[in-house]
Design a protein around this ligand. Structure first.
Ligand code: ADP
Ligand code: 5GP
Length: 202
C-alpha cells in the first residue's frame, strides 16, 4: 500500500510549523519530509530533524545529479526535496508531509510525477503575519521585510491549492488540517494511483 502526499505551503510566519507539529502529535502514520537547504540554522533548528543544512556547492551538485523532486530559491536561499527519501517513505505506506513553498508546489502540480493533496495555510491578515514574524524573534529586520514582501506574492498563489485554511485560532486550524488529512485518507476507497483497493475486487 502506497502512502499519500500532503503538500503544504504558507507565507513565512503564518504558523505552518506550529500547526504541523500539533497535527503530527495526534495523527498517526504521518511523517515529515526533511528538506535540504542552504539557509543557516536558526535558534532551535536541528540538522537532520528540521532540515539537512547543506552548503551551496553540495546543493548544486545534488541538482546536477537529479536528486531533487523539486527545488527553488526561497527568500534568497535554496531549498529542495530529495526524491529518494520521499519514495522510500511512501513505499512503506507512510503519508508524507511536504512543507514547501509555492514555487515547489507548482513544480509538483506541473510535473504530474507525484499526486498529492495541496493545502495552503493563510494568516488572518498581513498585519497579523508581521506580528507573528516579529513575535517569533528569529529573523533580522531585513529578513522580516523580505519575507513580508514575498508573502504578498505567495498569497496570490492560494487559489491554485485544493484547500485553503486560515490559521486564526490555532485550535480550530489544527482541527481543520486534521480533518483534511483524515478525509483524504478515506477518499474514494482507492489507491492514490486510482486503482480500486483489493477489497472491492473480493
Ligand atoms: P511558519 O512555520 O509558518 O513560518 P511558525 O509556526 O514559526 O510559522 O509561527 C510563527 C509565529 O506565530 C510563532 O511565534 C508561533 O508561535 C505563532 N503562531 C502560530 N500560529 C498562531 C496562531 N494561530 N495564533 C497566534 N500565533 C500563532
Ligand atoms: P524557513 O526558512 O522559514 O524554514 O522556510 C522558508 C520557506 O521555504 C517556507 O515557505 C518553506 O515551506 C520553504 N521550503 C522548505 N523546504 C522546502 C523545499 O524542500 N522546497 C521548497 N520549494 N520550499 C521549501
Amino acid at each position: 500500500m502506497k502512502g499519500r502526499l500532503f503538500v503544504i505551503s504558507a507565507p513565512s510566519g503564518a504558523g505552518k510549523t506550529t500547526l504541523l507539529k500539533k497535527v503530527m502529535a495526534t495523527v498517526s502514520g504521518l511523517v515529515f519530509s526533511i528538506s535540504h537547504t542552504t539557509r543557516a540554522p536558526r535558534g532551535g533548528d536541528v540538522d537532520g530533524v528540521d532540515y539537512y543544512f547543506t552548503d551551496k556547492n553540495k546543493f548544486t551538485s545534488m541538482i546536477d545529479q537529479g536528486l531533487f523532486l523539486e527545488h527553488a530559491n526561497v527568500h534568497d536561499n535554496l531549498y529542495g526535496t530529495s526524491s529518494g527519501a520521499i519514495e522510500s517513505q511512501l513505499s512503506q505506506g507512510l503519508d508524507v508531509i511536504l512543507d514547501i513553498d509555492v514555487q515547489g508546489a507548482a513544480i509538483l502540480r506541473q510535473s504530474k510525477r507525484v499526486e498529492g493533496a495541496h493545502v495552503f495555510i493563510s494568516p488572518p491578515g498581513l498585519k497579523e503575519l508581521e506580528n507573528r514574524l516579529r513575535g517569533r524573534g528569529t529573523e533580522s529586520e531585513e529578513k522580516i521585510q523580505l519575507r513580508l514582501k514575498n508573502a504578498e506574492v505567495e498569497m496570490a498563489a492560494a487559489k491554485d491549492y485544493e484547500y485553503l485554511l486560515v490559521n486564526d485560532s490555532l485550535e480550530e486550524a489544527t482541527n481543520i488540517l486534521t480533518s483534511i488529512i483524515l478525509a483524504e485518507r478515506a477518499r474514494g476507497h482507492r489507491h492514490p494511483s486510482g486503482e480500486p483497493i483489493d477489497m472491492v475486487k473480493k
